[in-house]
Design a protein around this ligand. Structure first.
Ligand SMILES: [Zn+2]
Length: 563
């Protein structure tokens, strides 16, 4: 009897077997489940992509009705590809459980479509999933779950550009291998209380390609809102409040390329990040995640042909595109209103500190219009060069470029090339460590046309390719998530040679004696700048910077722009 019972339950997941629906799968159960579910099937396959930071392989489950698992052939047949990522934050496990049931239901009910291939990452942050406990104090179940940080304590949802973790580099490989048309990355929120179980972040309309954004809104986003409402899970944009509570207004989330959907936008992929409300029962959160997954899948199947054709067209447009925004800021002059179902909030005395504290009253739901700030405008727009030239010394960057399908060639011989170079004229740096870095921001550059030696083996990246957005947004130092901002070029920011004043005093005096123009400029500069006039050291420095000894590579961004 025992074995019959087990067979009956073989396809059920721990979540379904728990009467309270408050259990999420463990890593071992997850791996075993897919292995058993897919065993002997011709239309589904588990692909091991490589070792993650904890040694266990990152897996992708691929469901392909005709049994074709070669992404190039699948693309050639004109099929769409949808990618689901789960457990980037394993403490937010709804998607892990929902995907198990969704994959099972598609397979056992024979519902695989002809025109779409589904790829599912069962869990992305495996180390985090293994690190089980109750690390989310504001979360209502499940009874035990994984941890947000990776093996090295990275937040993998900030690692899509810098690629510090093995996991991120593997993910980028998956993304570029399958080039998904639609991408879903499942999460649980933090923050305010309100009535919704499901909230949604999508690739920001002002960051997605201008021809893809309206299509995404009308054919996908609007449709998802309708379908979710119909099945009892009305949605609202991710609740990012302008003030203390949502009534102050919502600000749409700007997902720069460090985030999964921001990374997807660089590849002209439609991306969604559902965020279920952490204080709703686990069952509602899993059910709404399943419903959203299914809605997005169904819409993608319906749109497959148009979506594939449109993305093909857009990739060609990006090849020819000349100007690229690389940084955006909120346009506060543009405000919409949005219908919001919240709970009344108020202040009462804290029993801990005696100070005023915020509370939400769940017995007092409301529905009202609140301001919605949903527009971002570009604040830096770059005219692309004909090509970038990258010194081969920057190995890590070159690897990331290759992973991201960037077409590159190497110089065949040493040569001096006429290029435009940037000097980093100012920048700010975060004062505390963030995700393994001290990132820069607010970068200003000045450009200068120069003859620069490059060497055999240095890399030329032409900007006539579908990956132009990735190229420009990462290589331009002013890009929000540029490699410069992520500290790939920090060595150029410190001077390597200095002078000893006691020797340079005589040299400087000699220079002023022999160069009347320099002497006049020096006197003018002192008149204009009392600080200079008052400091002997500063005066030596001023002269030093005007000699041929001064290192002209200081602050020189080493990537050349071929015009
Ligand atoms: Zn999350």
């Amino acid at each position: 009897m025992g074995s019959v019972h087990m067979n009956l339950n073989a396809q059920k997941i721990p979540y379904e077997l728990d009467a309270k629906k408050n259990t999420t799968v463990t890593y071992q159960e997850l791996v075993d489940y897919y292995a058993s579910l897919l065993k002997g099937r011709k239309d589904a396959k588990i692909i091991d992509v490589g070792q993650t930071d904890v040694g266990k392989p990152l897996q992708v489950i691929v469901l392909s009705k005709d049994g074709d698992f070669d992404p190039r052939l699948i693309k050639a047949k004109g099929k769409a590809v949808m990618l689901i990522n789960n457990g980037i934050h394993p403490g937010e496990p709804e998607g892990i459980d929902a995907s198990m049931m969704f994959v099972r239901d598609l397979l056992t009910e024979n519902k695989l479509p002809d025109n779409l291939v589904l790829c599912v990452i069962p869990v992305y942050n495996i180390a985090g999933m293994l690190n089980r406990g109750e690390s989310r104090v504001n979360q209502n179940g499940p009874n035990e779950y994984g941890f947000r940080g990776s093996r090295q304590h990275y937040d993998l949802n900030r690692d899509f550009i810098k690629g510090d973790s093995r996991n991120s580099r593997l993910f980028q490989k998956i993304f570029n291998t399958w080039d998904p048309d639609v991408f879903l990355d499942t999460h649980t929120s933090n923050g305010a209380d309100y009535q919704y179980v499901m909230t949604l972040i999508e690739t920001h309309k002002d960051k997605l390609h201008k021809d893809l954004a309206p299509y995404m809104k009308s054919k996908f986003t609007d449709e998802l809102y309708k379908r979710m409402e119909k099945v009892g899970f009305p949605m609202v944009p991710y609740v990012n409040s302008k003030g203390e509570t949502p009534e102050s207004g919502l600000v749409s989330f700007l997902e720069s390329p460090r985030y999964s959907t921001g990374y997807a936008a660089l590849h002209n992929t439609i991306g969604y990040m559902p965020e279920t409300h952490m204080w709703k029962p686990y069952q509602q959160r899993v059910e709404s995640t399943y419903a959203l997954m299914k809605s997005l899948f169904d819409v993608s199947v319906k749109e497959s042909k148009d979506l594939v054709a449109l993305r093909k067209k857009i990739k060609q447009m990006v090849v020819d595109q000349v100007e690229f925004p690389v940084s955006w800021s909120l346009d506060t002059s543009h405000v919409d209103t949005i219908n919001f179902m919240g709970f009344e909030s108020g202040k009462k005395k804290s029993e801990v500190s005696g100070e005023d504290r915020l509370y939400y009253d769940r017995s007092k739901p409301f529905q009202k219009q609140v301001p919605y700030f949903s527009s971002y405008k570009p604040n830096v727009v770059i005219k692309k060069p004909k090509a970038y030239i990258i010194p081969q010394a920057y190995d890590r960057l070159i690897e990331l470029m290759k992973t991201n399908s960037v077409i590159m060639r190497q110089l065949g011989n040493d040569q001096v090339i006429d290029v435009e170079m940037y000097y980093i004229s100012s920048y700010k740096t975060q004062s505390s460590a963030y995700e393994g870095h001290f990132p820069h921001h607010s970068v200003e550059v000045s450009s200068k046309k120069m003859k620069v030696p490059f060497y055999a083996g240095d890399w030329v990246v032409e900007t006539n390719q579908p990956m132009n957005r990735y190229i420009v947004e990462t290589l331009e130092p002013q890009g929000m998530d540029s490699f410069f901002n992520w500290n790939f070029f920090d060595a150029i920011l410190s001077q390597k040679e200095y002078f000893s004043a006691y020797i340079f005093e005589d040299t400087a005096a000699e220079l002023l004696k022999n160069d009347s123009k320099l002497k006049k400029d020096f006197e003018d500069a002192k008149k204009a700048d009392p600080k200079l006039a008052g400091s002997g050291r500063a005066q030596l420095e001023w002269i030093y910077k005007r000699t041929h000894h001064y290192e002209h590579n200081y602050g020189l961004y080493p990537v050349g722009r071929l015009l």
